[in-house]
Design a protein around this ligand. Structure first.
Ligand code: ADE
Length: 250
């Protein structure tokens, strides 16, 4: 009897998982390229200025999109993919500037949580980063997705190159020692980028589980623009490879 119940439960869970659709989001071509080229039965649709690619990747139903850079683009893409495609999970993939000194170029940060470093109502005595109407500064990633992301990243790159940490988002490319130090100190963040916390906020609004993966393209200091240009593709590909590994385990 117990065996039959276990069998039926696993069948049911399999059916539920089978019906899932996963959104894969990047901001730039470099961040989605490696994923896009391997999608099977690809169909695309343009809504507004964003193209949404549907199909199968690693046997999973996915919708892939490039939002464009920055917070508003990220909000448009995340909102649309949730509302129009009814996705069950969101994985964001891309590059970031390293804040944590122990991170090297191409290393990965898996989001523990995310904050918006450019939100500032401190004039009203509110904590830096707190958006009116939200209870906390940070948006927490889904525990299960975080674990799959971490395990997949360790499998692809090795333990030394992967960290779980806080990711700070803002509408600025950070390329100054003072600014990166301020973001690190104020928010205790490991990496800085321009979209993740917005996707997190939209996902939270609709109760959709999410995780953000970022590979380090630079150190967000005075050398950031030059280093970024050299390592953008290497870093973006590292993150995308991990997303593919994740899909095998979701
Ligand atoms: N994405 C990659 N590097 C970045 C930086 N230094 N600042 C903001 N976003 C980034």
């Amino acid at each position: 009897m117990k065996k039959i119940v276990v069998f039926l439960l696993s069948l049911l869970m399999g059916t539920l998982a089978f019906g899932e659709r996963i959104a894969l989001i990047g901001a730039m071509d470099s961040e989605i390229e490696l994923l896009k080229k391997d999608i099977k039965n690809i169909k695309s649709e343009k809504i507004g200025e964003i193209e949404y690619f549907q199909g199968k990747l690693e046997g999973k139903d996915i919708v892939l999109l490039k939002t464009g850079v920055g917070k508003v683009n990220a909000a448009i893409g995340a909102n649309t993919v949730i509302r129009e495609y009814k996705v069950d999970k969101i994985v964001f993939t891309g590059v970031a500037g390293a804040i944590d000194n122990s991170l090297n170029i191409a290393d990965i940060v898996v989001s523990e949580d995310l904050v918006q470093h450019d939100v500032d109502l401190t004039a009203f005595g509110r904590p830096a980063g707190l958006i009116p109407g939200q209870e906390t500064v940070e948006f927490k990633a889904d525990e299960k997705l975080k674990k799959v992301a971490y395990d997949s990243a360790v499998k692809v790159l090795g333990k030394d190159k992967v960290k779980i940490g806080r990711i700070a988002t803002g509408d600025q490319f950070i390329a100054s020692k003072d600014k990166v130090n301020w973001i690190g100190k104020t928010f205790n963040a490991s990496a800085v980028e321009m979209e993740g916390a917005v996707v997190a906020q939209v996902a939270k609004t609709y109760g959709v589980p999410f995780v953000v993966l970022r590979a380090m393209s630079d150190k967000a200091d005075g050398s950031a623009t030059m280093v970024y240009e050299e390592f953008e593709i290497l870093a973006a590909d590292n993150s995308a490879k991990i997303v593919k590994e994740m899909l095998k385990n979701m």
